[in-house]
Design a protein around this ligand. Structure first.
Ligand code: WQD
Length: 334
């Protein structure tokens, strides 16, 4: 299939592009480069060993998007473009609704103009809010607790209405847990600008000596070692989940919400220990106050993905840390 990836040069998008090309799809990268760089395109072509057309554009530019969908005879869209930092969304909610919700409305208008009905949407486990039970399955109530999560939930509901209005719609909302790691080639991966807000890139920078120590946000949670527990999933497993969702949609209509997680929780300190082993470097840390908005534990029940997509996350937390460390070293070398 000819697949357009909005947000295609981003962390998830670039890895999804590699997974799709490996399965024989033709991929077009569409990105406004607010949170990535065009340099990724060349790296992707190196990793995929084939050309990867790139279109610099904003999803809110509906006319431009209609033309891009037509120019490349697109069959399906994977929609990854959006702002994604919880703390940032609390400070700038309008930016989050403009980019995420308005951007998706523009994409849906463009798809309608081109009679396209197949869409994989990058959603998030944050739509579940504070877990009422664990592991989280797709029947868990959705109740986002911040503008970022609410924007994702609003988009899921919009897509549900689109599917209800047109029985030929083919829509999957993939609810990501905590994507980490990098493609084994060490060429692409998460390279946050400035101070990383997420745990894994911060640990990597401490191990590399770029930062003196890790602040562990909370040591008094009701978890085995008192620190936050999350469901870390290798970004290549997540990427392959997108390809599996596309093939599911080639045989199925309707609206489907599906968790993409490993189904196992690791605490902050457990991840630190695994990373120290994978990198051979110490990761000094200090326990500090909890971070506002964090939950104690959040991890998935991934059964539905296995049943519907015949997909499961297979890479280990050791591989997640080792691939992050390889990327960190390649960044250091430059
Ligand atoms: C993980 C754990 C922190 C940094 C976020 C988004 C979520 C999704 C994934 C998009 C928590 C602890 C972290 C640090 C720490 N993104 N931590 N020190 O918050 O689970 O989820 O990324 O979909 O929407 O909210 O990920 O990596 O920030 O935190 O102790 O310097 O690490 O308290 O327990 P989070 P995270």
């Amino acid at each position: 299939m000819n697949v357009l990836l909005t947000g295609g040069t981003g962390y998830i998008g670039s890895h999804a592009a590699v997974a799709l090309v490996e399965l024989g799809h033709q991929v077009v990268l569409y990105d406004n480069l607010t949170n990535s760089s065009e340099a990724v395109v060349e790296k992707l072509e190196q990793v995929a060993d084939q050309r990867m057309p790139f279109v610099k554009g904003d999803v809110r530019d509906t006319k431009f998007l209609i033309d891009a969908l037509g120019d490349y005879s697109i069959d399906a869209v994977i929609h990854l473009a959006g702002l994604k930092a919880v703390s940032d969304s609390i400070k700038k909610p309008v930016d989050y609704y403009a980019n995420n919700v308005q951007g998706t409305i523009s994409l849906l208008q463009a798809m309608r103009a081109q009679q396209l009905k197949t869409l994989v949407f990058s959603s998030s486990a944050t739509v579940y809010g504070h877990p009422r039970y664990l592991p989280l399955d797709e029947s868990h109530p959705t109740c986002a607790t911040n503008p970022y999560g609410r924007s994702k939930l609003q988009i899921e509901e919009m897509l549900r209405d689109v599917a209800a209005s047109d029985p030929q719609s083919r829509i999957v909302c993939l609810r990501y847990f905590n994507p980490v790691g990098a493609h084994e080639g060490g060429l692409i991966g998460e390279k946050p600008n400035g101070v990383p807000s997420n745990l894994m890139p911060f640990i990597a920078q401490v191990a590399a000596g770029k930062r003196t120590e890790l602040s562990v946000f909370g040591g008094d949670y009701p978890t085995p070692d008192g620190t936050g527990v999350r469901d870390y999933i290798h970004v290549m497993d997540l990427a392959e989940g997108h390809a599996a969702a596309l093939s599911f949609l080639s045989q199925n209509v309707g609206w489907h919400a599906i968790n993409l997680g490993k189904g196992k929780g690791y605490s902050v300190l457990e991840l630190v220990r695994v990373f120290e082993k994978a990198s051979g470097h110490q990761v000094p840390y200090t326990l500090v106050a909890r971070r506002a908005g964090d939950v104690a534990a959040c991890y998935s029940n991934p059964e539905k993905a296995f049943k519907l997509l015949n997909w499961a996350a297979k890479r280990t937390v050791e591989e997640m840390c080792a691939s992050t460390w390889r990327l960190q070293q390649s960044v250091e070398i430059k």
